[in-house]
Each structure stands twice: as C-alpha cells, then as structure tokens.
Write a protein that binds this ligand. Structure first.
Ligand code: AMP
Length: 438
C-alpha cells in the first residue's frame, strides 16, 4: 500500500516523499479513504501514529480539487477549521499542514492565545483556506467580528478528549453553532470516554469509526523503568541519571507549574541546562523553549501535562515522570512522546512513597507491572516506607505480567484499618502523605 494507491494527488505525494514517508501508517490507510469520500469520521489514534497526516493529506486533496465557492462576505472564506486543545499543538499541526501542502495553492494560519491578536487580524484579512486554532482565541476573534466561519466545509477536532478534559465543551458548542450545517466532521480522540461519545452523537453524521492503537496501551518500543526514591532526592537522582548516561534530550513531566519552575532552578544549580513550559509562561517563552529543545540545543525540557500534550518531538530518547500524573491515562500520553514511529525510547518514573497508589492505578490501566529499580544511595529510607511486601515482589515480577488483582494484593499486604475500612498500607500511607503536603 502506497500513498498513490490511496488516491492522493502528486503534489501531496511529492511533499510526503520529501519528508521521508514511504508508506502510510495504519491510521492513514484507514482514515484517508473515508475522508476523501467526504464522510464523517470518529477516529481513535494517539499522538505518534501519524494521525495529523491522516486528516491533513485528504483534507488538502479535497480542498485543492474543489474550487472556492463565491461569496459576498468581506473576508475570504475559511474552508477548513482544525481545533486543537493547546497552543503548541495548534502551531505544530499548522506547520505540518503547511509542509504537506507546500506544492498546493492553499493558505494556512495558526491562531492561538498568549500572543498579540493584531497580526492575526491582519492575516485574516487575506486568504486563509485552512485555519488551525485553539477555541479561546478563535472565540475572541468571533466576538470582534474578525473571523468568518460561515463557509467552513470541513471541521477537524484534534485531541477532542483533551479539549473536553480542559473544559472546552461550551466553547466548542459555541463554535459549532457558527458553522454551516452542511459540512464534513472529523473527530480524533486518544482515549474514548462517555463525554466523547456524547459529543460524537450530537456532531457526527453516520460516521465511520476507526481506532488504531488499543486504548491505554503503551508502545512496546518504550522501556519503562520505575525508580524508588525519597521525595527530596528526586532532583539529585534525575541529575545523576542524566549525567551517568549522558542523556542529551530529556522531557521531564511535573504535576504542577510551581514544581516545574522549582525543578528548572535545581537542575540549573546542578549545571544542567533546563527550561520549563507551562500555562504561566508567556507564549514567546514557551515557543522559545520548545524550539531549542526540538533543535537539540536544550538538554532538559520540564513540562506540565497540558503544555506538553500532543507535542511531536521526533525520536525523543528519554521521558521522565518526575511526579506521577494524578490521572493514570496521562501516563500513557506522557510516555507516548518517546519510542515513536518505531524508534526505541526510555520512560523513567521517579516514585516516592506517597505516589504508590498512583502507580498502582497506572499499572491497572496499562495491565502491566512496572518493577522498581533502585540506584544505590537514592532509595527511600526504610523508616518512611511502610511494610511493603508488594514492592519486594515487584523486583522479581517480569515486566509485562498482569498486575495483582485487588483481592490478591490484600492477601499479600498487611492490612491496616483506616476510618473503619480495611486498606493496603500503600494506600493509607499515600493518603497521609498527600494530606501532609497540601
Ligand atoms: P502524529 O501522530 O501526527 O503526531 O505524527 C507522528 C510522527 O510521525 C510525525 O513526526 C510525522 O512526521 C511522522 N509520520 C507521519 N506519517 C508518517 C509516515 N507515513 N511515515 C513515516 N513517518 C510518518
């Protein structure tokens, strides 16, 4: 199967060939024919599967083949609208659209907040065929009357599950109400949920459904490691790991913006070059840090989940969970940044005693036991760790074996009684620590 078998135009094939794509990925094989036929699509595909090209290539093909309908509007019509949850993803998708469409006569534009609105207004006065936008800034333009969505022929919701998680549902509904009724709708999600189902039901018209990667499955090409470490020694352990194996490009996740800034400070003191991206950073600082990281001139990029969502940093060798995420599915998204498109990568989690419960939830979700590793001199002090038969067992369990069920865990772990309920000491201790840290 090649791109020309899929019926894409020579100009598009030339552009992807120049990028080194020799054959379509599974999501592309399935999505491209559906989109070319003009039908609606509900597609489950995580970042790294080639999903951006799966909707962009047929979109470009359709728009370049159909001529623009004449309009009496003061602004030229926008023909395709791609909505993304984050600014970085909007910028990244728009740059892919531009790259894939470089031999076509179509204009694209990225629109997101955190930067001045005026240059965007100027661009909107020219011709924009494909607009890639985040919902908030798009609605700012709607309010100011500087954007016209009444001729949109194709709507793409990229990472729709994340948009819903981020509370964009009202903005999305508002935007939908501004689009013509007759249009093609493409909805992409990474993790299916009832919210996605509800959105799809109201939005899509007899959609074709495809899902390429099984949900919540981590790629086989990612080696996952968990280091048991005292909370206060995480930064030192990270610095040690970076130095020991000369890690040159490391994406580190923290749970909070404050944690990200603090870690950057600590790493800088350790003479390791690091910058952070998160919601409190200016857009120019975020763009600057990301560009440096992508071109290899920044060793460590520290990010919160939202800021890093969907980022395509090709063949990233190392992802570190400095803190485990509160939501288990974020673990899968985070480590999806490495081991992509066949390249191998390493995902390291630094886990302290108050995160054991989060780890258990992650293991349940990915149906995989992640054995602890200990670096001499960095392991948790025994006085901070409760009786812990499970962690000992972890050392001997091969990776890939099924996690313990709740009932077996209870059999092997001594039980304490908290609030009248029996519980695993890992759980009770994690609650205590979580409380203490608030
Ligand atoms: P995405 O899932 O859209 O974030 O894409 C992940 C990465 O795969 C990007 O770096 C793309 O450039 C790359 N990619 C997309 N399609 C192909 C293909 N058919 N062959 C090789 N690489 C691809």
């Amino acid at each position: 199967m090649s791109f020309s078998n899929l019926g894409l135009s020579n100009e598009i094939i030339r552009a992807v060939t120049e990028l080194g794509y020799t054959k379509p990925t599974p999501i592309q094989k399935q999505a491209i024919p559906v989109i070319l036929s003009g039908g609606d699509l509900l597609a489950g595909a995580q970042t790294g599967t080639g999903k951006t090209a799966s909707f962009t290539l047929p979109l470009l093909h359709r728009l370049s083949n159909d001529s623009v309908k004449s309009t009496s509007n003061p602004y030229p019509p926008i023909r395709a609208l791609i909505l993304t949850p984050t600014r970085e993803l909007a910028a990244q998708v728009e740059s892919s659209v531009r790259e894939y469409g470089k031999y076509l006569n179509l204009n694209t534009m990225a629109m997101f907040g955190g930067v001045s609105i005026n240059p965007q207004k100027r661009l909107l006065k020219g011709r924009v065929d494909i607009l890639v936008a985040t919902p908030g800034r798009l609605l700012d333009h709607v309010q100011q009357g500087t954007v016209n969505l009444s001729h949109v022929e194709v709507l793409v919701l990229d990472e729709a599950d994340r948009m819903l998680d981020m509370g964009f549902i009202r903005d999305i509904r508002r935007i939908l109400s501004l689009l013509p009724k007759q249009r093609q709708n493409l909805l992409f999600f990474a993790t299916f949920s009832d919210k996605i189902k509800a959105l799809a039901t109201g939005l899509l018209n007899h959609p074709k459904m495809i899902e390429v990667a099984r949900r919540n499955v981590t790629a086989d090409t990612v080696a996952q490691k968990v280091y048991k470490v005292e909370r206060d020694r995480k930064c030192q352990l990270l610095a040690h790991l970076i130095r020991k194996d000369n890690w040159y490009q490391v994406l580190v996740f923290t749970r909070t913006k404050y944690g990200a800034d603090r870690l950057v400070k600590q790493l800088t003191q350790e003479r390791i070059q690091a910058l952070a991206i998160h919601g409190n950073k200016s857009q120019s600082a975020r763009t600057h840090a990301l560009a440096k990281f992508k071109n290899g001139s920044l060793q460590v990029l520290v990010a919160t989940d939202i800021a890093a969502r969907g980022l395509d940093i090709s063949e990233l060798p190392h992802v570190v969970n400095f803190d485990l995420p509160n939501v288990a599915s974020d673990y899968v998204h985070r480590i999806g940044r490495t081991g992509r498109a066949g390249a191998s990568g390493e995902a390291v989690s630094l886990v302290c005693v108050d995160e054991y419960q989060l780890l258990t939830e992650i293991e349940k979700l990915i149906e995989q036991r992640l054995p602890f590793e200990v670096v001499a001199g960095f392991s948790a002090n025994s006085h901070t760790v409760p009786a812990e038969p499970i962690s000992d067992e972890r050392k001997h369990k091969p990776q890939g074996s099924k996690p313990q069920t709740r009932s077996t865990a209870k059999q092997s772990a001594p039980q304490t009684v908290i609030g009248g309920k029996k519980s695993d000491p890992r759980t009770s201790s994690s609650r205590r620590w979580a409380k203490r840290d608030r």
